[in-house]
Design a protein around this ligand. Sequence first.
Ligand SMILES: [Zn+2]
Length: 116
Amino acid sequence: MIKYRYQINNTTYKCIYFKFLVTETPHFFKTFICETLGLNPYSFKKRNGEYYIENHHVIPRAKLESGSLSTNNLLTVCANHHRQIHYGNVELLENTNDYFVYSIDGKNIKIKKYNG
Ligand SMILES: [Zn+2]
């Protein structure tokens, strides 16, 4: 079980990765691109009451690059933004130890990250 955190606008979101992404409370089932764009950060609720989320591997797992399986490489996103990252007008501009910067339809968003 691995814990990791994201920080957006000085709010820290803690997540625990254990086979599937689960978190301590439904409050943490946020989708970070939606959140950063000022959209509703919660997707639909599943039958078990948890909010639906998907994990995007920023460095594709298929490339098997160093770090691609690390939690530092995971971004919690909604299904729509997940598809958009793969098929839409989205570019990863920066991927540092501290944050991701994406360009999404020409708008840059920065998502802070750190392991903790
Ligand atoms: Zn989204």
